[in-house]
Structures are given as structure tokens and as C-alpha cells.
Ligand binder design. Sequence first.
Ligand SMILES: O=C(O)c1cc(C(=O)O)c2c(n1)C(=O)C(=O)c1cc(C(=O)O)[nH]c1-2
Ligand SMILES: [Ca+2]
Length: 552
Amino acid sequence: QAPTQPQEAALNAEAAQNDWPTYHGTYKSYHYSGLDQINTGNVKNLEVAWMHFPERATRGVQSTPLALDGVLYYSGSYSRIYALDGATGKTIWAYAPELDEDLVSKQTHSPYNRGIAIGHGNLYVGTVDGRLIALNLKDGKPVWDTKLLDSKKMTVGFTGAPLVVKDKVIIGAQGGEWPHRGPIFGVDGKTGQKKWEFFTVAGTEEAMKTWGGDSWRTGGGGGWMPGTYDPETNTVWWGTANPAPLYDWSGADWKKSGPRPGDNLYTTSVIALDPDSGKLKFYHQELPHDAWDFDSSVGEFVMLDRGGKKLVVHANKSGYVFVYDRSNAKVENVWPLVKNINFVKSIDPKTGELIGRRDFSEGKVDPPLCPAIMGGISWNSGAYSPKNGLFYRIGQEWCMELTVEKTTPVLEPMAQLNLGATFKAVAPPDGPARGHLSARDPVTGAKKWEVNYKYPPLASVLATAGNLVFVPDAEGVVHAYNADTGEELWSRNNGVGHNGGIISYMAGGKQYVAVPAGWGSLVGDEFVALFGEPFKSMSKNTGALVVFALRQ
Ligand SMILES: O=C(O)c1cc(C(=O)O)c2c(n1)C(=O)C(=O)c1cc(C(=O)O)[nH]c1-2
Ligand SMILES: [Ca+2]
């Protein structure tokens, strides 16, 4: 009898072994595989074992697959799910939810899906029309289907992966661009009953005081990418999205004036929730009164033990990486991953305080804002190797011309995006727009090596015990590097850019590397104006799951 849910030991381990049981690999959030059949010595023999083509790949393939007992599960656009034999790619079952197509077509960010969760014998997926669905892991038959968000009133839904924690499934809504309160939900995994809802906008009395007037009603927030779980303290760590409108015209007087006066808790924050009750335990607001759309929802929470300290490392969209004490979210360090940052002069590495922040008034912003709205760091994850202690992260160097505009939230008949600006991505002051992968100490940020890319890669990274780091890039090439030196050891062209999450797993005693290929994220949209070809001609409505293994 094959297991129908990941073992606790596998979830709590540092390395994903035979399975890839949860979005970030394990709860430690390393995107690291403990498998080493494929290694620096033989990676040159890596070739395609099988491929799978999802239907209706609108906006590519952006999800991160899971693997359990030799079966690979992944989601495509419109929350379509595939269960495949991990060794052959043969379909075991497939599922396509019926969606409110009219609603889906009205949504700005749809219809991509970025991942799934497994637990309680079920597979869980969110939908862009505001539902969380459970399927029987064995046969793909629906078990329950719970409507959590009124997407008829609000063009928001779920695009990110859920997270299973004990008896609950936790999922966060999109929200930073919309006039709502960005809830995160705790749902009973067996019954589908909603057990709690945490509002990332004014979710506590303390937080309510940080929104001037009625602005909390339309404050944005959300938690559109999955966080992770610390079983030692029974704490869920989640990153929240920006406040709305994205760009604020208050100028320096943001505490008192503008569309959303105050700190705007708990937007652009990392929050620690009790998974049983949904109650807030503690938090750190990475960017108080975020005026730049630099969400904290992007990325992983790397759980590290260093020098007797229990730490968690979290990347913010602004290009800064925050290091926290895991017991209370006290700032231990803050370091910049990217060079081109001017929204602040710096962030105090001891306290996390923003120094020399730029708050805009209505009109053209000069000089252009760095990084651009696409972030110094995008939504996909980096990787951490416990073998050599290095953290691998993609950074992006670009800025944007920005004109801040006064807006009024549109709530009827259907709430709409509330941006408060027009913008255009441009090259940074120090050279062309570009990207890099750097290998660093996750706590100090000290750099060991770096690889530069003409076009910033926009997919997750994988590190393995075979001492390899895999980077699926924007042009369509998957690269394998020596994890210690950055030397490129293998590459292969998948023919279309990458947006999803690469994983590794074992099936029938053999190691595989699965790479979602397919281009279509919002950040990728900006590549056409910035770079021209190959992005002008690259389809945003195609993709495949490409699975590699060693040649026999
Ligand atoms: O605040 C939000 O709710 C929200 C949602 C999304 C999304 O759902 O894709 C993005 C962002 N914010 C965001 O800030 C961002 O940089 C971003 C990039 C992308 C993309 O598709 O590449 N989505 C999103
Ligand atoms: Ca956002």
C-alpha cells in the first residue's frame, strides 16, 4: 500500500529525500534534495527521461511539483492537476475543476497556479475563483470543495500553493493590489470546513490603529505565496503582500496623510501564526508603510541553526534579505542581495529600521525607483545547501520610471486593481538590466561566487547532495553548476522560459530532476519592452514538465 501522506520525519528533515513532500521541499524550506545519484561527476550524462504536456497552459507552467512514493503530482493553469508515474510519466489520473470562466476571464492575474499540497490522503489546490479543493490522492476524485473568497465581488483568488500543517490546510489569498483585507485561511483537511481566517490588513486591534480613517477596509495585504511551519514551536511563518494602493502619494507625511496613513499592519510583514487557532503570535514588518509594492510574500523561510541560535532567513521583494530569531522574529541581520536599491538608503542590520526612505508625492518620480516593481527578488524560491552552508538566490538589477497618480478604490460592481501609478521598467544606473545567481552565507550575506545572466532567471532554484545547483533560466536553458564553485557542468535547452519550481525525487531506485518549462508570469511580461527577443516571440501559452535522469 503506497503512502497517501508525507511522513512527519520527511517533512521535518533538512533535505528532501526520495519524496518532495511540500512546496519548499521540507518545512525547513531549503529547496534541497538529499539525493546524490546525480552529482558533479556524472551530471554531464543527464538527459530527458520523459515529458508531460498540460492542457490549456495559459501563462505557461508556474507550479512546483510534489513527489510521493514514486508518483509525481503537479498543477497547471486553471488549477488542472496531473498525477504521473514518476519513472515513466504515464498518467495515473488527471483532474480539471469546473471554474467560473466569466469570473476567471475578468481577473487580472489569472489563470496560473503555483502549487499544491498533500496530506490526509488528499491533494489540495486553490483556484482563481476563490475555492480550495481536496482531491483523493489515489484517484483524483473530489473529496470537498470549499468557497473561501467571494471572487464575484473581488477579482482575487488563490494562485499560490497551500501548506498542510497537522489537521489543517493553510492558504493565503492574493491581495496587495486590491481593495480588500488579504485573508489567510486555516481549513480542516478532512472536512473542508473553514476553521479560521486571519486578516493581514488590520487583523488585530493593534493593527487597526495603524490605518488612518477607513483605509483598512480597502488595505490590500494578502499572502499569495506559501510560507512554512516550525514544528518545534508550533508556528506557521507566512509573508504578507503590500498595502493598497501600491504607490502612495502622501510624501514624507505618510504617518498622517495620503490614502492609507500609518504603518499599515500587517502588510509587507512576516507573521507568525498559531496553526490551531489562526492567532498571531508575533511578527516583523519588513517595510512599514510599504510605498513601493515590495511584498514580503515572496520566497521561502530558511530555518537554520547557527552558533546556538535558531534563525530563519527570508527574502523580501525589495532585494533585501532578512535574518530573524525564530522564537520572536527579532531582526538578527539584514543584507542586500542586489546592487541597485534606492527606495531607502539602507536598512539598519541590527534593528531592521529603514533609513533614508523615499516617499513620493503625486507626479513623476525622479530619479527612477530601484528596484522596479518586478522586485530585486521575485516570487520564486532560492535554495540552501546544508552540505556547504551556502544560500543560492536569484537577484535582479533594474529600475523603473514611475508616475504616482491619485486613485480611488473601485468597489462596485466588482472590486478592481488599485495601483496608484503608471510605470516603465528601465536599466539601472550601473549597467544594463540583468540578473544573477549568487552563492552566499545566508546569515551574513558574504558572497562566495556569482553567475550573471543577460535576462534575470524567474524560476526557483534547486540544490542537491550531489553538490549541484540547478537554475532554469528565462531563455529556456536549464543550467547545473558545481555548488562550491559555480562552474557550469551541464546545460540543456527546453525551448521556452522557466517560471516554475524545479524538484528532485526518486522513483524505482532512480533519481529524477523535474523542471516545469513555460513562460507567462507578470514579471516576464516586462521582458518584451526591456529586452525584445527572444521574449517578443516567446509563447506565454505553452509549456511542459520536463523530467531528466542519467543516461543508462
Ligand atoms: O500583492 C499581491 O497580491 C500580488 C500578487 C501577485 C500574483 O498573484 O501573482 C504578484 C504580486 N503581488 C507581486 O507583488 C509581484 O511582484 C508579482 C509578480 C508576479 C508574476 O506573475 O510574476 N505576480 C505577482
Ligand atoms: Ca504585490
